[in-house]
Design a protein around this ligand. Structure first.
Ligand SMILES: [Zn+2]
Length: 439
């Protein structure tokens, strides 16, 4: 087998070696943070943490985790370089309203390019590919720029179409003959739809692979979810899911086996934590908590992403021995405790997306009279479906063993709820829980 220079040896090394490698990098990172980060040096002081005693990955639990609120409230204290060293400014939407600024140095941009080059290589990419980028490259986003730089580093071709405008996407595919698209999976459904109504022979186009961002493609057992299945039934592309965020500055991208996103040990340490910030047992899901490696501008230590995933550590058939991340099960703060089970909204969406006569929906969660979580699903349909309530409940019982409350409404009224004036993205989940009753 010809190995690409973007298939680093450490990713094929014995697990113990990867661990040793990461522990060495962690110690360098801790020294850097103590010297350069106002936030972390004061965190170490306040908690009497002697960083020279943090030697192994297991010792990380002695350091308090960093939250999104910390980042938002003390944004500038995280920046480790003088202003003149900052090249690119990126923002992410903060949970408390104001955005968080991420400062990227020249070296950080190189690191990002390397991250994407090894990620696309992991997703069976090669220098002979041409990527059609269906995401925004500006608007203070990191992802689009990172993809462009990574593809360039790999020596592959790229055409920056940006998001939206199916007509423009198809015109580009016809002219340039790209082999891979990088897109949000629900947008792939839109361009299929456009192709069908405009008699474009999309199944015989030059596209073979799709790197899918932003939405999960798979169920927890790695079978395709409704979204993934809908794409593949129409257009037999090979789909590769990738999971990343600005805070991580690193991607977890699937290889051709499609069994979770591979960790890149040179760039990131990942932990899976329970509600008390303790590591979960193998096979259990936990909050993805990351420590960046090699970041100069705004490195993070034990940052809690809010995403809940499962860890997989068996070696992969692709030759990589690195940890893999399962599909995102849900957001930690959207966890629903319902009739003795723990649920996340995406599991509910997947069921609703699968019922043909449902046009649109909103999942509402609220606190009932006895103080526990209850679920009400607002369902819109073009056909009169009041008598279908049992049908819908049976779908839920079959998949989740519990059935939520259902309320039928018009398609228009659901649409109004989905797109309030201030929101660009459709709202699918409304949390009306009484937070004072929840622990
Ligand atoms: Zn693999």
């Amino acid at each position: 087998m010809m190995l690409s220079s973007f298939f680093p040896e450490i990713e094929r090394s014995p697990v113990a070696e990867i661990r040793k490698f990461q522990e060495l990098r962690l110690r360098e990172q801790l020294i850097y943070l103590k010297e350069r980060s106002r936030f972390y040096s004061s965190l170490f002081d306040k908690n009497s943490i002697n960083i020279s005693l943090i030697k192994s990955l297991d010792d990380l639990i002695h350091i308090p985790a960093t939250t999104k609120e910390d980042l938002q409230q003390r944004n500038n204290e995280f920046i480790c370089v003088p202003k003149h060293s900052i090249i690119d400014y990126i923002t992410t939407s903060g949970t408390l309203g104001d955005p968080v600024t991420f400062a990227m140095t020249d070296k950080d941009l190189d690191r990002l390019a390397y991250n994407e080059a090894i990620s696309f290589t992991c997703a069976d990419g090669s220098p002979t590919d041409i990527y059609q980028l269906m995401t925004t490259i500006d608007r203070r986003f990191m992802a689009g720029l990172a993809y462009f730089m990574g593809i360039r580093k790999m020596g592959a071709g790229v055409v920056r179409v940006g998001n939206g405008i199916p007509e423009f996407q198809w015109d580009t595919i016809r002219r340039i003959q790209p082999t891979v698209i990088i897109a949000v999976p629900s947008f792939i459904l839109k361009i299929i739809d456009y192709a069908e109504t405009h008699n474009i022979d999309y199944r015989n186009s030059s596209i073979r692979n799709a790197v899918c961002i932003g939405e999960p493609l798979r169920n927890i057992d790695f079978s395709l979810n409704t979204l993934g299945r809908k794409i593949c039934e129409k257009w037999p592309l090979k789909l590769y899911s990738t999971y990343a965020s600005t805070e991580m500055g690193t991607s977890f991208t699937e290889c051709g086996e499609g069994v979770g996103g591979h960790q890149h040990p040179e760039l990131i340490i990942v932990e899976f934590l329970d509600e008390k910030d303790r590591p979960v047992k193998e096979g259990e899901s936990g909050e993805v908590t990351i420590t960046t490696l090699g970041v100069e501008g705004m490195p993070l230590l034990r940052f809690k992403t809010g995403d809940v995933c499962q860890r997989f550590s068996s070696p992969c058939k692709c030759g990589r021995t690195t940890t893999r991340l399962g599909p995102v099960i849900g957001r930690k703060n959207q966890m629903i405790k319902y009739k003795g089970t723990t649920l996340y909204p995406p599991a509910l969406y997947d069921i609703l997306d699968n019922i043909d006569f449902i046009s649109n929906y909103i999942v509402e969660v609220f606190t009932n009279e006895i103080g526990t979580d209850d679920i009400l699903i607002h369902v819109g349909s073009k056909i009169p479906i009041t008598e279908k309530e049992k049908d819908i409940k049976d779908h839920f019982r079959a998949k989740l063993r519990v059935a939520p409350l259902i309320r039928f409404e018009t398609v228009e009224s659901i649409q109004k709820m989905q797109f309030p004036e201030i929101s660009r993205k459709p709202i699918k989940f409304i949390d009306n829980r009484d937070k004072s009753k929840n622990t």
